[in-house]
Design a protein around this ligand. Structure first.
Ligand SMILES: Cc1cc2nc3c(=O)[nH]c(=O)nc-3n(C[C@H](O)[C@H](O)[C@H](O)COP(=O)(O)OP(=O)(O)OC[C@H]3O[C@@H](n4cnc5c(N)ncnc54)[C@H](O)[C@@H]3O)c2cc1C
Length: 216
């Protein structure tokens, strides 16, 4: 449960944009599908983008058992995981005050590996369902080999911060010239029309869960 910042999760720069409550953090996590995981590998900082899913008090992410990231983090390396949404480009009346509206989360901690194969299979199904609800029941179940060849890591949502900027530009009072256009350009990510692959028969209907996802 996050509500109090730690020395490393406390937002110092523009703290009024910060939040530590789980409702805010969870909403930002649940709105995303890609996170960036930062850690130090063999003395070099690296940040790797990857798919994730929130499950209650945890963030789950997965990958090949051969992945350097998965192997390193499963061994107990400290990590920092971020999720970012850009909501608008903020156009001010000075170049200096241009900005972005955003929602972001920074999580710190140590991830642990799900060793039990049944739990791991369930977590993998959860990640798939989190991405496209209804998909797991539609496709071939995972094989034992696929589960064994995949690592799933669990990061507790315990040390986390959220930061949000919203609203119009913040100009200096002396810059507030009504003849200069300023405001925001909203930014959103759209979903396109599903495109079947070459194997899918022309007579195969688009399943409901795919159509639903495409409608957002
Ligand atoms: C899309 C986007 C674009 C941005 N562009 C810029 C930019 O161009 N220039 C710029 O200076 N800043 C930008 N920021 C803000 C930036 O993320 C930092 O908050 C800011 O630079 C302050 O950094 P700091 O190291 O002084 O933070 P501090 O406040 O000292 O950081 C301390 C702790 O606060 C938390 N924290 C800091 N930033 C965030 C965050 N964004 N989300 C969640 N928790 C956070 C972390 O736990 C961090 O360890 C941007 C943020 C986003 C999401």
């Amino acid at each position: 449960m996050v509500s109090t910042p730690t020395s490393r999760s406390e937002i110092r720069r523009l703290p009024e944009r910060g939040a530590y409550d789980r409702a805010t953090i969870d909403a930002i996590l649940d709105a995303g599908i890609v996170c960036h995981v930062g850690f130090v590998a063999d003395g070099t900082p690296v940040v790797i983008p990857t798919l994730y899913a929130r499950r209650d008090d945890q963030v789950l992410f997965h990958g090949s058992a051969a992945s350097r990231m998965l192997r390193g983090l499963a061994s107990g390396l400290e990590l920092c995981l971020t999720v970012t949404h850009v909501d608008a480009i903020v156009l001010a009346r000075s170049a200096f005050h241009h900005s972005l509206n955003y929602r972001s989360v920074v999580l710190f901690g140590v991830a642990t590996e799900i060793v039990d194969l049944d739990e791991r299979a369930a977590a993998l199904d959860y990640i798939t369902e989190s991405l496209v609800p209804g998909r797991v029941g539609y496709v071939r179940p995972m094989t034992d080999k696929e589960v064994r060849g995949t690592k799933v890591l669990v990061l507790p949502i315990a040390e986390a911060s959220a930061k949000i900027r919203s609203g119009p530009p913040k100009d200096e009072p002396e810059d507030e010239d009504p003849e200069v256009w300023a405001g925001i350009i909203p930014v959103s990510y759209g979903v396109g029309v599903p495109e079947p692959d070459a194997v899918t028969s022309a007579s195969t209907p688009v399943p409901r869960h795919v159509a639903d996802w495409s409608l957002g």
